[in-house]
Design a binder for this molecule. Structure first.
Ligand SMILES: [Zn+2]
Length: 98
């Protein structure tokens, strides 16, 4: 594997899709988690205060985690297809695997 632009062997994997997907998913999951938090708080309010807080927290965290995992998985599918996969550390040329 070498840079098609300058021939350098100093190549980096980029994983743009995975990173972008993970962040996007975490944000989307966080927003969905807020709904989960409201639902959790409502369910948890059977036991006042403790249940409301615990229910809200669990709802929010599970939503945010699920979103981050789903986003990162979706982003991983884009790596090497939509996003370029390698970058040259010498000339910063970006290219995908042959
Ligand atoms: Zn290069």
């Amino acid at each position: 594997m070498h840079c098609p632009n300058c021939g350098s062997q100093h190549i980096q994997m980029r994983h743009m899709g995975k990173k972008t997907g993970g962040v996007t998913g975490a944000i989307a999951g966080g927003l969905a988690g807020l709904e989960g938090a409201a639902a959790g708080a409502l369910t948890g309010s059977v036991i006042p205060v403790v249940g409301t807080i615990a229910g809200g927290l669990i709802g929010f965290l599970s939503g945010a985690c699920a979103g981050a995992v789903a986003g990162s998985l979706a982003g991983e599918q884009l790596d090497g297809t939509v996003f370029d996969e390698y970058s040259c550390t010498q000339c910063e040329h970006i290219f995908s695997a042959p």
